[in-house]
Ligand binder design. Structure first.
Ligand code: ACO
Length: 432
């Protein structure tokens, strides 16, 4: 709480409101008592200017293009850390010691396999099933195999979090790969004990039953970087969903399963799939990107330049800069000459110099380039958002933990301004 007070004048009465200041200087007016004292609520459709919680996990300054996990800059983590080390940092708040990291990795490795019942469940989905639907359903089902880790009794579930977190971080990757194989009609393979996290995922995705899939270390590193860059992003749509579900006391498995559903939408995690589909459409139509840009600028056209714009970043998304450099490296390494990349470059240049995009501060976001890397390493388009979900898992776990550890945590329950009919009498069928 800060010393500063805000004064709200309504009619001829003044109301004093407390203010809060975060560790990075962000300021907020505390409106928690407003309805009781004035009868008013605050109105903020889409929560664009609402602080829904205090959090210690991630800091973003969208104007300056800053992103930090637990105080560490995304640039430094991308250069020096790995996805698994960063997952530990997000969940426990500190970088692990060598011993802690070794044990965390070992527990993730131990949990790589899934129960036979889940394998059968995955094979029962129709081939038309989107892997995000399969992932959400099977993450919730996974909890049924660990009833002691997800009881909906907060103190108990919190005490089991170390185990639940490693089960989820490890198995989300196995479930994702098996969802892909089932869709392709391919038999499942087993994880390889000697492989690191990403190499194992690529092995589970692409190996043949009696032939290992050889993974180039740079390809595994590129995937690791994509996961690290997606590991958390403070109060975004899916994380807020996880926190919302957790606030009602739901266990970690149920909460992250809801997070996957929220992530699926094309305005959120689904954007990486939508970017590639947009580039393919532009390529197929023989457009160099300029017609598409013009359509995206027309109000009511329903067209948006996917991979551009962000609710929080009004500057370059720092993750986009890192991933663009990695994208160049991977394409060179794999000797990929993708015409879609040339279109992406042209779109980026044109949009960055176009007054429409400049005035609205629309810059490329992380998804503009991640799809191109994923495509180059052979990941099918429908799996792009699934990769995002694998990356976001540690972030969701950290936020679930923050809710569960908060002694005064209330159920999340926004209010509304009702604009529907006022009271009216029921109309009998014959009079309608
Ligand atoms: N292409 C064209 N115009 C756009 C775009 C875009 N990608 N994004 C925003 N605008 C325009 C809007 O039409 C609006 O114009 P107006 O002021 O003339 O009405 C203005 O910019 C502000 O847009 P909003 O929709 O109000 O911004 P909001 O913060 O609600 O949306 C969002 C952010 C959803 C990310 C939006 O920019 C978008 O749809 N981008 C494309 C999808 C995408 O890439 N999503 C991934 C986000 S990153 C992530 O989730 C990992």
């Amino acid at each position: 709480m800060s010393q500063k007070k805000a004064i709200l004048k309504l009619d001829d009465k003044e109301f004093v409101l407390d203010t809060l200041v975060g560790t990075e200087g962000e300021r907020a007016v505390d409106v928690r008592t407003l309805r009781d004292t004035t009868g008013y609520i605050t109105f903020d459709d889409g929560y664009a200017n609402t602080g829904a919680c205090e959090s210690k996990v991630t800091f973003i300054d969208g104007e300056k293009g800053i992103l930090r996990y637990r105080g560490y800059s995304i640039e430094e983590l991308a250069e020096k850390s790995t996805f698994i080390e960063t997952a530990y940092l997000l969940i426990y708040g500190e970088l692990p010691t060598a011993e802690q990291l070794k044990s965390f990795k070992a527990r993730i490795l131990d949990n790589a396999q899934i129960h036979e019942g889940l394998r059968i469940a995955i094979s029962g989905f129709p081939s038309t099933a989107h892997p995000m639907a399969v992932l959400s359903a099977t993450l919730n089902t996974l909890g049924c195999y660990y009833p002691e880790l997800g009881t909906n009794e907060r103190a108990h579930d919190l005490a089991q979090l170390d185990e639940a977190a490693t089960v989820l971080i490890s198995k989300v990757r196995t479930l994702a790969a098996l969802a892909h194989r089932a869709k392709e009609g391919q038999p499942s393979v087993f994880p390889k004990p000697g492989n690191d996290y990403c190499s194992n995922f690529l092995h589970l995705m692409f190996a043949q039953p009696h032939a290992d899939h050889v993974v180039h270390p740079e390809v595994a590193r590129a995937l690791d970087l994509i996961l690290l860059l997606h590991a958390d992003h403070e109060q975004n749509c899916s994380t807020s969903t996880v926190r919302m579900v957790a606030s009602g006391g739901a266990n970690l498995f149920a909460s992250v399963s809801a997070g996957v559903c929220a992530l699926w939408g094309p305005l959120h995690g689904g954007a990486n799939q939508a970017v590639i589909e947009m580039l393919e459409e532009i390529h197929k139509s023989g457009d160099d990107g300029s017609r598409f840009i013009e359509a995206a600028k027309q109000k009511g056209s329903g067209v948006r330049l996917m991979g551009f714009g962000h609710r929080v970043y009004k500057n370059y998304d720092p993750r986009a800069k890192i991933i663009k450099a990695q994208c160049d490296k991977v394409l060179k390494l794999l000797n990929v000459n993708d015409p879609l990349l040339a279109i992406a470059m042209r779109l980026e240049e044109a949009a960055l110099n176009d007054p429409y995009f400049k005035q609205r501060n629309l810059y490329p976001n992380v998804d503009f380039y991640s799809g191109i890397i994923l495509k180059a390493i052979g990941i099918p388009t429908e799996m792009f958002t699934v990769i995002f979900a694998i990356g976001r898992m540690p972030g969701w776990i950290s936020h679930w933990k923050e809710i569960a550890e908060s002694p005064k945590q209330k159920i999340h329950r926004p209010r509304q301004i009702y604009m529907g009919n006022t009271e009216r009498a029921y109309v009998p069928m014959e009079k309608r």
